[in-house]
Design a protein around this ligand. Structure first.
Ligand code: SF4
Length: 468
C-alpha cells in the first residue's frame, strides 16, 4: 500500500525542470557597456571615491534622463518620485542594461507609477516596529536581540523598501543624546546579546560617526555580537575602504548582512568589496527580498545563491515582500517562494540555501516557511519526503518512554505534539511572552502608535555632521 502511494506520488511530483511559465533565465551574459554619459563618469578618477558617488546620486528623474536619455518619464512617474524619495548612485545606475522596467536593476531603483496604487492590506509600518520601540530608534522585539536605526540615509532608495516611511524622507541620523538613551536601555536589559545596526544604511555614515555607535554598543558587556545591515556592497561598493574595515575590526565580533536581490548585482566590483569585508574577519550574510519580475523564478534565485557563496557571502534569508504601502506591484504569492525553495533543495548545497521567511504583519516576527517534507507521523514511524518526491519511513526511538519529552531536572515533562495528536493534551501554550509585556508597559494600543514613521523619524533628529 505504501509502495503504491509512493509510486503515485513520484508521478505527481515532477523532478524535471520547473514549469515553463516561470520562463528561462538566459545564461549569464556579459553586461553591456553602460550608457555613454556613465562611461564618461566611470573614467573619472573620482569614480572610486564613495563621497563623490554619494554627491552625484541621481535624485530626480531629470538627473536620470541625463544619464539614460532613452528613459520615458510620464507624469505618474514624477508623482511616484515625489511620494517616495529617489536616489541612485552612478555606480548602481551603470548596472542598468535596459532603460525600462524589464531590467531588474532599473525596476529596483527607478520610481514606478505602480507605487501609487495600494491594496487594502498595505500599511506604512506593517511590522509595527514603532510599537516595539521602547526608546527612540531602538526596536526590541525578540528577547535577545535589538535593532538600532542609526540613520535614515541610503546610497540608493530601493523601491521595495520595508522602511519606505523613513528611508530618505529626511536624511539624518541618531543624535548623541539618543544614542546614549539607547545604550542605557541595553545596559538595563542584559538579556540582549545581539545588536543590529540598521537604517537606512549605516555605511552611508562617516566612518567616525559609525565608530561612535560601534564603540558605544561594544561598551555594554552583555552584548556579544554586533551586526550591521548595509546594501552598500551592492549599491556603493567603493564605500568598503581599508579605513572602514580597519575601524570595524576593533569591535569584533561584528557581522555584516547585505542585500543582493539579482545576479546582475554581482559584479567584480561588488565581489571585491565583499572580499575586503570577509578578509577583515567579518562574516557576511545576505538577505534577499522575493520580488515579482525581478527574482521570482527559481533559476534566477539559483544563480544568485551560487554567486553569493562564490563571494563568501552566505545566503541567509529570503524574505517574502512585506505589506508596505507602495510595493504591491512587487508582491508574489507565498506559494511562489515555497516552489522556489523546493527547487533549490537538492540542487544547491545547504550552505547556499537561504531560509524563506515571512515577517508577520502586526509585529509577529519572522516565520520560516518550508515546503512540507513531513508526510505523516505515528508514535513509531514518521514518513518523510525527499527533494525528489521519494517517500521514506523514519523509525522513532524504540522504547516508548524515549519518545516522550524529558522534563527539566525536578520538573514534569511538558506535553509534546504527539500528546496533542493522541488526545492526551489539548494545547501547548507559550508562557508569558516578553514582547507583549514590553508593549503593555509602553501602553501601545495597536493601530494608535501615532502617525507611522513618526517615532522613528523623530529619532533621526540629527544631521550626519554630528557624527563626522
Ligand atoms: S538600502 Fe535598505 S533601508 Fe535603504 S532603501 Fe534599500 S532596503 Fe531600504
Amino acid at each position: 500500500m505504501q509502495e503504491s502511494a509512493a509510486l503515485l506520488y513520484e508521478h505527481e511530483v515532477s523532478t524535471e525542470e520547473p514549469p515553463s511559465t516561470w520562463g528561462r533565465v538566459p545564461a549569464t551574459a556579459p553586461a553591456p557597456a553602460p550608457a555613454r554619459h556613465l562611461q564618461d563618469l566611470a573614467s573619472l578618477p573620482t569614480w572610486e571615491d564613495w563621497h563623490w558617488q554619494m554627491r552625484q546620486r541621481l535624485r530626480t528623474l531629470a538627473d536620470l534622463k541625463k544619464v539614460l536619455p532613452a528613459v520615458e518619464v510620464p507624469v505618474d512617474l514624477e508623482k511616484a518620485a515625489t511620494a517616495f524619495p529617489m536616489a541612485i548612485t552612478p555606480y548602481y545606475a551603470s548596472l542598468i542594461r535596459d532603460a525600462d522596467f524589464r531590467d531588474p536593476v532599473f525596476r529596483m531603483s527607478v520610481p514606478d507609477a505602480a507605487e501609487l496604487w495600494d491594496s487594502p492590506f498595505l500599511a506604512d509600518d506593517p511590522l509595527e516596529e514603532e510599537h516595539d520601540m521602547p526608546v527612540p530608534g531602538l526596536v526590541h522585539r525578540y528577547g535577545d536581540r535589538a535593532l538600532l536605526v542609526s540613520t535614515s540615509r541610503c546610497a540608493m532608495y530601493c523601491r521595495h523598501c520595508t522602511r519606505k516611511r523613513v528611508a530618505g524622507v529626511k536624511e539624518s541620523c541618531l543624535s548623541g543624546a539618543q544614542l546614549e538613551e539607547a545604550i542605557a536601555y541595553l545596559r538595563e536589559h542584559p538579556e540582549i546579546h545581539d545588536v543590529i545596526i540598521s537604517g537606512g544604511d549605516p555605511f552611508t555614515m562617516p566612518t567616525a560617526g559609525l565608530e561612535r555607535i560601534l564603540a558605544a554598543i561594544r561598551s555594554v558587556p552583555t552584548v556579544d555580537i554586533i551586526r550591521i545591515g548595509t546594501r552598500t556592497p551592492v549599491t556603493l561598493p567603493m564605500r568598503i575602504t581599508p579605513e572602514l574595515t580597519r575601524m570595524i575590526r576593533k569591535y569584533h565580533p561584528v557581522w555584516v548582512n547585505t542585500h543582493f536581490n539579482h545576479p546582475n548585482e554581482i559584479t567584480p566590483r561588488a565581489a571585491q568589496a565583499c572580499a575586503q569585508l570577509v578578509d577583515a574577519g567579518i562574516p557576511m550574510g545576505n538577505q534577499t527580498v522575493l520580488l515579482r519580475g525581478i527574482n521570482d523564478n527559481p533559476q534566477t534565485m539559483e544563480q544568485l545563491c551560487r554567486g553569493l557563496v562564490r563571494m563568501r557571502v552566505r545566503p541567509y534569508y529570503l524574505f517574502q515582500c512585506d505589506l508596505v504601502r507602495g510595493v504591491e506591484h512587487f508582491r508574489t504569492p507565498l506559494s511562489r517562494g515555497i516552489e522556489i525553495m523546493e527547487y533549490l533543495r537538492g540542487r544547491l548545497s545547504g550552505l547556499a540555501i537561504p531560509v524563506f521567511v515571512v515577517d508577520a504583519p502586526g509585529g509577529g516576527g519572522k516565520i520560516p516557511v518550508l515546503p512540507n517534507y513531513v508526510v505523516s507521523t505515528s508514535p513509531t514511524h514518521t514518513v518523510l519526503r525527499n527533494f525528489e518526491g521519494m517517500l521514506v519511513s523514519y523509525p522513532e526511538p524504540f522504547a516508548p518512554e524515549h519518545r516522550a519529552a524529558s522534563g527539566a531536572p525536578g520538573q514534569p515533562a511538558a506535553p509534546t505534539v504527539w500528546d496533542l495528536s493522541a488526545g492526551k493534551a489539548k494545547t501547548i501554550r507559550p508562557e508569558r511572552v516578553q514582547r507583549h509585556d514590553r508593549r503593555e508597559k509602553m501602553q501601545v494600543i495597536p493601530g494608535q502608535a501615532g502617525a507611522a514613521g513618526s517615532a522613528m523619524l523623530a529619532a533621526m533628529s540629527c544631521p550626519d555632521a554630528e557624527f563626522s
